[in-house]
Design a protein around this ligand. Sequence first.
Ligand code: P6P
Length: 339
Amino acid sequence: SKSPSLIPELGEFLIANTPHGSSVATCDELNRLLTGIKLAAKVVNRELSKAGLADILGAAGIENVQGEQQQKLDVFANDKFIQALANREVVCGICSEELDEFIPVNPNSKYLILMDPLDGSSNIDVNVSVGTIFSILRRKTPVGTMPEISDFLQPGRSQLCAGYVLYGSSTQLVVTTGNGVQGFTLDPSLGTFYLSHPELKFPSSASVYSCNEGNWLAFPKGVKEFIDWCHDDEKGMRRPLSLRYIGSLVSDFHRNLLQGGIYLYPPTKKDRRGKLRLLYEANPMAMIAEQAGGMAVDGFNPILDIQPSSLHERVPLFTGSKVLVGQLMKMMKELSPEE
Ligand code: P6P
């Protein structure tokens, strides 16, 4: 096996693999952005690893824009990512799931960060893996002015970079700049992310579906038919798919990326537009999915083609192996949840 010094570090890899059509300057700025993300990820990782010990378990006693009980680590992670990014002169604005409005940062910068700083945080107290999801856009308004809401409301197809950090049995960072998908693993003894999963692609076969079947009654008819199809063995001609659902998007998505599978969050009676956020959950995962040879749709159309209308809008999300997303789309007739 190679010694760590021979395995590219994230920054070195990016410099060596300048995204198509990007100038070296862009690549350098992108690298500085990702350096901020890596730093914050290491700080969050350290706190998560001792969450059971510190008194930061449990709710912070305040609600976030989603009306969800904010876990103290949600607040901690949000603060650390904002600190690490706001100090980089390459960020002009930040949108976070934890904040009602976006934060203007530096009028002379070109890039926007949209993030869910700690997705799946309700799993923290039960020691289940959680993640950070991030998306990077280039601003549309002129440099030298503060960013406007229109800078953030760009279709996912415009993303310059998208990625996630998975705080699991190891801490991994999966990222794309539109030039394939690369996976890096943190060596905690050195504090460095090394290239561990080059050119990630969904396998050609897939045998897993990830979905909260507790919402079955409200699922649209086409989703119910697809899940019945997953359960079917076609008179013994094939094995039924396996249900694997961790309740943490980053964890479910990552397992499906490595082993083949589909993640479904359909509309439900409670969330009639689905639960997941378009700008900083569905869009970055969709860019990674497509770059890894998979798909991400709202049931009918690619997630990346949706024109956003507000910062925290929700969208139904079906993403993963092309063979399974294609099968679902064949069965979808309408998106409205069944009454
Ligand atoms: P449910 C976590 O809150 C999250 O946003 C995703 O990470 C996860 O896949 C989903 O919600 C779980 O939602 O309704 O099944 O508990």
